[in-house]
Design a protein around this ligand. Structure first.
Ligand code: HEM
Length: 152
């Protein structure tokens, strides 16, 4: 029962992160590019990312805490072995956390600095970098989920 509750929390955190990335990549950013000039668009994205990245930080903490509990509980129960898919999820999950750290520290900070200094080309370059790395995390997230479901 406790295991199932922890797994539910793990799922909630994964859905918030994955769903947020899908919304950003497929709806928000294309809509902002279609309707807004670069300056109001950059200001909008700064407000959006500030809120979304705070949510992602919470999701990362929750995913890591719950994921490592699920992993070690089952590892002990199975006498020291876990399915390959779980190992793949662990590795891809850690990669996603590191990439998120890079998005925040390298991409988002650079973006904010550029915005504060009204350096629009630099802001656009940093936004492009954030967009690319979010794509990468989105793909890795689905690979991790496919691995945990499909690899024995
Ligand atoms: C260090 C990071 C992570 C670890 C150690 C970890 C560990 C695990 C484990 C052991 C399970 C299997 C539980 C079971 O079937 O009983 C699981 C399931 C799952 N994980 Fe992770 N995870 C991590 C990161 C992530 C990330 C980053 C995502 C998605 C963005 C994610 C999404 C899921 C989902 C959706 C399931 C449920 C699959 C199902 O229905 O069986 N996990 N995780």
């Amino acid at each position: 029962m406790l295991y199932e509750l922890i797994k539910l929390l793990h799922l909630i955190a994964a859905m918030l992160w994955m769903g947020g990335m899908a919304f950003m990549l497929f709806a928000l950013r294309p809509a902002a590019i279609a309707t807004l000039e670069p300056q109001p668009r950059a200001r909008l994205m700064e407000q959006v990312w500030r809120r979304f990245f705070a949510l992602v930080l919470g999701a990362v903490v929750l995913l890591f805490g719950t994921g490592s509990h699920l992993y070690t509980a089952a590892y002990k129960a199975a006498g020291g072995s876990v399915p390959l898919g779980w190992q793949v999820m662990l590795v891809l999950g850690l990669a996603m956390f590191a990439i998120f750290g890079h998005i925040y520290v390298a991409g988002f900070r650079k973006f904010r600095r550029a915005l504060a200094g009204a350096q629009w080309p630099q802001a656009a370059a940093a936004a492009g970098q954030i967009q690319k790395l979010v794509w990468l995390n989105f793909v890795l997230g689905w690979l991790a989920i496919a691995a945990v479901r499909l690899l024995a």
